[in-house]
Design a protein around this ligand. Structure first.
Ligand code: ATP
Length: 316
């Protein structure tokens, strides 16, 4: 049904050599996975919105050409690619393992929040990155990943692509992609990071209503790209940016930050988990990637990436 046209139950039963009842049951299962299907008497069934799938062979061939050394594992479904890949990492999965899933039952955001990714409507994957250095050397890592993703997506999108500190990627000031970086290991090494990335490709109106902030997807911007091309572009940019981070730390990222931060020099409010909020002007980053906030009385305070949510202050 990926061609977006109507197909009759009879035609599908014949194609897959199953009974029409089986076809009917499978279509019902798809609806349980939030895939919307239009059924029209006399015409058959049609997808309400197109679905994208990953062509793993195409991806493998892009990856072997680019030589970044990723090992790709693609599965149909998992609870959370970050959770599964962390388990694999603890069992010895190699550096640069990528776990891609067509469907995540329980995609995670920061602080126990959820990442909504309906089947076929968003690309979700995680990357394992191992470091010789320790956790004490990884501060700012989520910003590094945010910048890599923004650089990759900016090449595709007609709207301005920016990072909202620490690492949401926005297009036209709406959220296009989310990142969850989880680190484990020794304070002074070795350590590893599991970098989870979710990108909206085609969200239905129904799914958008479930998200409590402004969202956007690639389809809405007219971006036409296969999943293999999209994943290849992101993994390539990620490898280059991570390699620079490993060599030079945050130097390059800090220099670029003012051009990429969605709310630089603007009034923002930072909400902390204890319920307190701090308003001020976003004034760049310190050497460790902490956000500097200039309060109305000129005092500069810094906030680390862990627990804080940033929102722009609405301009009247
Ligand atoms: P904040 O935006 O406050 O910094 P966060 O960094 O904790 O939040 P993430 O962990 O990146 O956010 O993602 C979880 C949040 O993103 C959810 O609480 C929801 O508001 C939003 N969200 C969930 N699914 C999507 C999606 N598919 N597209 C855009 N936003 C989403």
């Amino acid at each position: 049904m990926s061609d977006g046209r109507f197909h009759s139950g009879q035609e599908m039963a014949k194609e897959f050599k199953v009974s029409r009842a089986t076809v009917f049951n499978i279509l019902q299962m798809a609806e349980e996975l939030d895939v919307r299907i239009h059924a029209v008497r006399g015409k058959g069934y049609k997808l309400a919105t197109p679905l994208s799938w990953l062509d793993t062979q195409a991806l493998e061939s892009f990856m072997s050409d680019s030589g970044f050394g990723y090992a790709i594992k693609a599965v149909e479904q998992t609870y959370s690619t970050n959770t599964s890949l962390t388990e694999a990492a603890l069992e010895g999965a190699p550096h640069r393992t990528v776990l891609y899933a067509d469907y995540q039952h329980a995609g995670r955001g920061r602080r126990g929040r959820t990442w909504l990714s309906p089947l076929g409507g968003g690309l979700t994957f995680s990357v394992l990155w191992r470091f010789d250095r320790g956790l004490d050397q990884l501060s700012g890592l989520s910003i590094v990943v945010g910048m890599a993703l923004a650089r990759a997506l900016a090449k595709l999108c007609p709207l301005p692509v920016k990072v909202k500190w620490p690492n949401d990627v926005l297009a036209g000031y709406r959220k296009l992609a989310g990142i969850l970086v989880e680190v484990q290991g020794e304070i002074s090494g070795p350590s590893f990071a599991v970098i989870g990335i979710g990108i909206n490709e085609h969200l239905s109106k129904f799914h958008r209503q479930e998200i409590d902030q402004a969202v956007i997807d690639l389809a809405e911007m007219g971006v036409q790209i296969t999943r293999a091309e999209l994943l290849n572009g992101i993994l390539s940019e990620l490898a280059l940016t991570m390699e620079t981070f490993e060599q030079d730390g945050l130097k390059n990222i800090l220099a670029d930050w003012p051009n990429w931060h969605a709310h630089e020099e603007r009034l923002v409010v930072l909400r902390t988990p204890d319920g307190s909020s701090h308003t001020g002007k976003a004034s760049g980053l310190d050497v460790a990637g902490n956000l500097l906030l200039t309060s109305p009385n000129g005092e500069i305070r810094k906030f680390s990436t862990g627990e804080v949510s940033l929102r722009p202050v609405a301009r009247k």
